[in-house]
Design a protein around this ligand. Structure first.
Ligand SMILES: C[S@@+](CC[C@H](N)C(=O)[O-])C[C@H]1O[C@@H](n2cnc3c(N)ncnc32)[C@H](O)[C@@H]1O
Length: 185
C-alpha cells in the first residue's frame, strides 16, 4: 500500500483513529503507521510479523500516548472477553487468512458498549468492477503478501452480527472506513 500512503490516506487514518477511546486494541498494526494519530488512550497493538513489529516498537516509543506492541494473531486473541473500549484494524481484514475467526475474536474482546473502527479495501458493489477484482485477486494475493483484493468484508461483518453505525467510502468506493459495534441484544 506504500504508493497510496499519501495525504489522502493520512487524513483517512487520522480521522478514524481520532474516534478511538479508552483501552484500545489495534490488530495487525504492521509498522505502527497509525500510532502517531492516537491521543489520550492506552493502546495494545498486536502484530504477527517480527520484521514489521520491530519498526512498530520504534514508532510506539515516539507516540503521544502509551502503546504496547506484542506478538499476536487476530484469529486467536489472548485477551479476556470485553477487555477493550475500542478495537482498530486498518487494511488488515483483507490479509488475515480467516477473517470470520478474526471478526468473532474482535467482537469477543470488545466491550458491549465498545466501538470497532476499520479502514479496509472491499469488493466493489459495481458488478463489473467486482468481477475485475475477482480476476486480479490471485495475482494480487501473491504480490501483496496474502492480501485479498476482493474480500467482501462488509458482508462478513453483517453475517457476524456486527452493526455498522457509519460507513464512509473513499477513492472510487474501493476503500471504506467503518464505525461499528456489536449488535445490541
Ligand atoms: C496490509 S498490512 C496493514 C498493516 C497496517 N495495519 C496498516 O494499516 O498499514 C496487513 C497486516 O496484517 C497483518 N496480519 C496478517 N495476518 C494476521 C493475523 N492473523 N492477525 C493479525 N494480523 C495479521 C500483517 O502482518 C500485516 O501487518
Amino acid at each position: 500500500m506504500k504508493p497510496l500512503e499519501t495525504k489522502r490516506f493520512i487524513d483517512i487514518r487520522s480521522n478514524l483513529i481520532n474516534k478511538a477511546k479508552g483501552e484500545v486494541l489495534e490488530i495487525g498494526c504492521g509498522t505502527g503507521i497509525n500510532f502517531s494519530f492516537y491521543k489520550d488512550v492506552t493502546v495494545t497493538a498486536i502484530e504477527p510479523n517480527p520484521v514489521l513489529r520491530k519498526t512498530s516498537y520504534e514508532r510506539a516509543s515516539e507516540a503521544k500516548t502509551p502503546i504496547h506492541v506484542i506478538e499476536g494473531n487476530a484469529e486467536q486473541l489472548s485477551f479476556s472477553d470485553h477487555s477493550f473500549d475500542t478495537v482498530v484494524g486498518t487494511l488488515v481484514l483483507c490479509t488475515i487468512p480467516n477473517p470470520v475467526k478474526a471478526i468473532r475474536e474482535i467482537s469477543r474482546v470488545c466491550k458491549p458498549t465498545g466501538t470497532i473502527l476499520l479502514f479496509e479495501h472491499v469488493r466493489h458493489e459495481n458488478a463489473i468492477l467486482g468481477k475485475l477484482q475477482d480476476l486480479l485477486s490471485p495475482v494480487w494475493k501473491r504480490a501483496c503478501d496474502g492480501c485479498h483484493l476482493n474480500r467482501d468484508t462488509i458482508h462478513l461483518l453483517k453475517e457476524e452480527e456486527i452493526e455498522i453505525i457509519e460507513i464512509n467510502k473513499h477513492l472510487g468506493d474501493i476503500f471504506v472506513t467503518i464505525e461499528a459495534r456489536k449488535k445490541q441484544k
